[in-house]
Structures are given as C-alpha cells and as structure tokens.
Design a protein around this ligand. Structure first.
Ligand code: NAD
Length: 454
C-alpha cells in the first residue's frame, strides 16, 4: 500500500502536493504521545489552559488568509466560504477557551454529608474528519475536547489534509504542548480504524457517511468507547403558500448549492405547497441560473466551486442522469470536477434523487397538499439533520418545527450551524450533539463523590 497521497486542485485536477499517510505504527506512536501528554494537560490550572486556547485562537486569526487560500486550493471552496471556515476555527477556540474555568460540577442535597460531582476529561480523543468542511469540523471536535482537558489525535480526510496539518503546526506555534493536538493524515482503514481499536483512545468523534459511522459505532462498542457521530442528511426545505415566495426562492439555491451541495445540512429536498408549486419554480429558475459558478482561485466572487473529486462527480452525475431535470445553472469549462446546479422534479417518493444523499449540487422538488402532508413527507427519510420552514404563520412555523424530526431547523432562514448553539442529528443522521455551551461536557465523565459529615 502506498504511503503518500497526491492532493489535487479540484478546480483543475492538477496536483498540488504529496502528503505522507501515517502507518499503523505511526498512528500508535501518536496515540501513545497523546496519552503521555494527557495528565499534564488535564492538570493544568484552568486559567492556563484557557490562556493557551485563546493564544491558539489568536494565531489562527493571524493566519486566516493563508488557511483560506490553502482550502481554496485543496478543496475548491469559494474564497468567501474558506475565509468564514478559518474564522470559524478561531471563533470555536475563543468560545471554548471560556470553558476550562466553567467546567462545573454540582452539589446535590443528601442526608449525612456532602454530595458533589466532578467533570473529568475522558482522556485521548480521536477526531475523524470528512472532506467537505475540513477546518470547521476539525475545530468542532478539538476545541471543546481540549477545553475539557482531553488530548486529541485528529485524522483529516485523505482528500483534504492540508489545512488540518497547518492547524496542527499553528497549535504548536501558539504554545499548545507537543502531544496535546496531533494531526495525522492517513487512511480511514488504517488511522481511523486505529482510533476505534486502540484502548488508549477513550472517545471517537466521527463525522462522515452513515455507512462508515455505523462501522465506527460497532467498533467502539467492543471497548464501550464513547462516540459522537455526525452523519449524512437529506433535509427538507418546506415552502407554504402563505410564505414570502420571492424570499424563499431567492434563498433556496444557497441552502443546497453552497459548497457545491457537499454539505450534510444541504436542503436537498424542496417541498412546496401544491397551489404555489409552479409559481415557486418560476421564481427559483432565475435564482439558480444566477448562481456564480466559477474557479474559486481565479474569481474571488465565485458562489459555487467544483466537487471535491472525479469520483464524487461520477456519483453526482449518476443521480442527474436518472432524474427529471427541470433546469440547471452553469459550470465553467475546466478540466476539474464540475457539475452545474441542477433542479429535478419528483413525483414518486421512491426516486433515488429524493431518498438518497446526493452530496452534490442537485435539489429535488415535490409538491405537498397540507401541513400534515408536509410533515409526513419531510419525515419520510432515515435521516434527520436539518431543515427549513417558510411561512408567515407563526403558529404553523412552531407546529411544523416541532413536527419535523431533525436536530436543526430554521424558520424563514437557512441558517443551521452556529458554534454557540447545539448541532446534531435525529435518526441515522447521528448520535450526540456538538457545539453549543454543553459541548465540553461530552468530553468528560461525570464523577459523583459523597463525603460523610458523620
Ligand atoms: P466517509 O465516511 O467516507 O469518511 C469520513 C472520514 O472517515 C474520513 O476521514 C475517512 O478517511 C474516515 N474513514 C473511512 N473509513 C473509515 C473506517 N473504516 N474507520 C474509521 N474512519 C474511516 O465520508 P466522506 O465521504 O469523507 O464525507 C461525506 C459524508 O460525510 C456525507 O455523507 C456527509 O453527509 C457526511 N457529513 C456529515 C456531517 C455532519 O455534521 N452530520 C458533516 C459533514 C459531512
């Protein structure tokens, strides 16, 4: 098996650089260094751990442009997105730098003494990252884990290791001690699996496909290892007849074509109330055609770039080929991995393009009859990550938001991920929650101690 991986620029398919893939022995050595670094990191005074995280945030902030440029090259992200993503790493570190001094236990009334709880870090945490948002997803794992006093080994996706490697270097530059955050590019089947099987790794945070997530969970069961899973999605954007249709149609492309649709929260199913279905499509068409699809390295105003790889383009094209395509946007004539924004009409809920996560710039549109039908259709999926509801009726917004089985919903908006609010999936979209004020607790065990006063 080769031990290097050639990273390609997805906009042009040209090689960028070769990256060494860690072997099993190197993975073991990194895990053992993380285990050795754990007691010192755990026992650091909370204010000192906080100070180091703030310093890490500052160093990331000083490198936002460099990190963004690297992501544009490695992942084909638009410059605007890549800058946001690097800034999100900084913000996560800043936010969780407030956690070490606030890792509260509780005092619980009991007779005959004092009962207190402690939040103790689990130990070494393995973070496994997919290729679609290499920087934010890494930080959503490592920032709260480090704040809780855990040490971290992190494996980026094979296709997108460059920003993660750089973040590992910046951590050292900021004074985070060696062994506390180790970035290990490598194969899922080698390094990722080793995080699952190595007994010194006490928790795995996995973001990726549902199929691999199930395998990770099954592997973790063997050691009753803690696991958080952030998996796939097939989220619904529900548009009622009473909604501001212009606003809903203008926002819909961004909700699914952002990051070329390679977004677990993509609203890739649009449900439109039957009476406004045709009108909505009339409004959607110019909005889709207006999406600026361009080489992100050459056009700083590009709104959508290429897919990550030739394989991903093949997968996505497979869905387009079998679909009833209503209209598409554009894509540049470049040798990279391009697919234009595509809108498909669906009348049968068994259609692949309606049921399966495409993970590309393809959205499927279907009519619904009333509120109950909208909720039933939105929930007719094994996934439950996010979704949107467009209506002017507040009561309906609330009823539908409570009725849709998904972890992250937005009303008259497509926003879903903020580092200070919880994020995660229902059903097969995941297990556990990331982000928000509670995230550091997910990297701790709660210990209860009773002290007799007698
Ligand atoms: P993937 O499951 O193929 O890979 C994800 C990561 O797991 C990679 O780092 C990979 O190397 C590693 N991996 C592969 N096999 C492994 C194994 N046997 N053991 C341990 N690790 C292994 O997913 P992908 O194709 O990189 O990413 C796309 C998927 O990720 C989509 O399904 C998407 O919905 C999902 N995703 C979910 C979220 C979320 O927050 N819910 C966010 C981003 C992406």
């Amino acid at each position: 098996m080769t031990t290097t991986f050639t990273v390609l620029d997805p906009a042009t398919a040209e090689p960028v650089t070769d990256v060494h893939l860690a072997t099993l022995e190197e993975a073991d050595a990194a895990i053992e260094r993380a285990a050795a670094a754990f007691p010192t990191w755990r026992d650091l005074a909370p204010a000192d751990r906080a100070r180091l995280l703030r310093r890490f945030a500052r160093v990331v902030d000083e490198h936002v442009d460099e990190l963004a440029a690297l992501e544009v090259r490695n992942s084909g992200h638009t410059l605007g997105n890549a800058r946001w993503e690097a800034g999100n790493v900084r913000d996560c570190l800043d936010y969780y730098s407030a956690a070490p001094e606030r890792l509260f236990g509780r005092q619980i009334p009991v007779p005959g003494g004092l009962d207190v709880t402690f939040r103790e870090p689990v130990g070494v945490v393995g973070v496994i990252v997919p290729w679609n948002f290499p920087m934010p997803i890494a930080a959503w794992g490592f920032a709260p884990a480090l704040a809780a006093g855990c040490t971290v080994v992190l494996k980026p996706a094979e296709l997108t290791p460059l920003t993660a490697v750089r973040l590992g270097e910046l951590a050292l530059e900021a004074g985070i001690p060696p062994g506390v955050l180790t970035v290990l590019p490598g194969r899922g089947s080698v390094v990722g699996e080793r995080f699952v099987t190595h007994p010194a790794v006490r928790k795995v945070v996995f973001t990726g496909s549902t199929a691999v997530g199930k395998r990770v969970m099954a592997g973790c069961a063997d050691q009753v290892k803690r696991v958080t899973l952030e998996l796939g999605g097939k989220s619904a954007n529900i548009v009622f007849a009473d909604a501001d249709l212009e606003r809903a149609a203008a926002a819909a492309p961004g909700a699914v074509f952002d990051n070329a649709g390679q977004d677990c929260c993509a609203r890739s199913r649009i449900l439109v109330e039957r009476s406004v279905h045709d009108r909505f499509l009339e409004l959607l068409e110019p909005a889709v055609r207006a999406v600026r699809v361009a080489h992100p390295g050459q056009d700083p105003d590009a709104e959508m770039g290429p897919l990550i790889s030739a394989r991903q383009r093949e997968v996505v094209q497979g869905y387009v080929d079998g679909a009833d395509v209503a209209f598409t946007g554009s894509a540049p004539d470049l040798p990279g991995f391009w697919v234009p924004p595509t809108v498909a009409l669906v009348s049968d809920a068994r259609d692949r393009v309606w049921r399966e996560e495409v993970f590309g710039p393809v959205v499927a549109v279907m009519p619904f009859d009333d509120e109950a039908d909208a909720i039933a259709k939105a929930n007719d999926t094994e996934y439950g990550l996010s979704g949107s509801i467009y209506t002017r009726d507040v009561g309906r917004a609330l009823r539908v938001a409570r009725g849709v089985q998904a972890g992250n919903l937005s009303v008259n908006s497509h926003s879903s991920v903020r580092y200070w609010t919880p994020f995660g999936g229902y059903k097969q979209s995941g297990l556990g929650r990331e982000l928000g004020p509670e995230a550091p607790n997910a990297f701790t065990e709660e210990k209860n101690v009773f002290i007799s006063s007698e």
